[in-house]
Design a protein around this ligand. Structure first.
Ligand code: SAH
Length: 205
């Protein structure tokens, strides 16, 4: 699942420029028995399967051996809701991160003893932690110096001050299907443009 996202666009550029290094570990490598089982039914009953503690433990231990100062993040709807301010903070860290992705009904709770922080991408349930991990990684990587074109492009965008959403933007043509770009943006008057942009930025809820 990670291959497409990690080998495209900014994520690829960031790796190519040695700004970030991304590696995935397949839990199956630590699966048990001939079928490399990684999941089992929950004690106490209930639907679905849980990721077993042992394969997860081994995978996280290997990741920590590879990167001893890395912090372990667990993807879970129960975690702290991911925000732009967290992406900013994480992008300034001088250590790596290990993203633990649950699957099925989740994971054996004992894995939490290896976890530094639980994070969620929102109040909804996904099939696995991969999309949340990729979402979070993307939001961090694009803030690393040298990844985006202009160094300021991340500084003025939505949520960067914690509450404001970016103003509307337009590119060519000046008119499309009768819809015209606001005159002020074509005026070349930078003070007026700044004023218009400020007036047209929305406050996030
Ligand atoms: N039974 C669990 C949901 C399991 S979903 C519950 O009711 O909370 C399977 C896995 O997907 C989770 O273990 C987690 O790793 C990941 N996941 C699902 N939704 C997520 C979200 N909103 N944020 C972060 N991770 C999520």
């Amino acid at each position: 699942m990670f291959t497409g996202v990690f080998s495209n666009s900014m994520m690829w550029k960031a790796q190519d420029r040695d700004i970030v290094s991304l590696e995935t570990i397949d839990l199956r490598e630590f699966g048990q028995g001939p079928r490399r089982q990684v999941d089992d039914t929950p004690y106490g009953g209930g639907d679905g399967m849980l990721l077993m503690v042992e394969p997860l433990w081994k995978a996280i231990t290997l990741a920590k051996e590879n990167d001893p100062t890395a912090k372990v993040l667990l993807m879970t709807p129960r975690g702290a809701r991911w925000k732009q301010s967290m992406a900013q903070e994480y992008s300034e860290a001088d250590h790596g991160y290990i993203f633990v992705c649950g699957r099925y009904e989740g994971y054996d709770e004992r894995i939490l003893t290896l976890v530094d922080q639980e994070v969620s991408v929102g109040d909804y349930v996904l099939t696995g932690g991969e999309l949340p991990a990729m979402t979070i990684i993307d939001s961090i990587v694009r803030l690393l110096p040298g990844v985006l074109g202009g160094e300021t492009s991340a500084a003025i965008e939505s949520f960067s001050d914690g509450e404001t959403l970016e103003f509307p933007q337009y590119t060519r043509p000046e008119e499309f299907n009768g819809m015209r770009v606001p005159d002020v943006l074509l005026s070349g008057n930078h003070a007026k443009i700044a004023e218009w942009r400020s007036e047209n930025s929305l406050k996030a809820e």
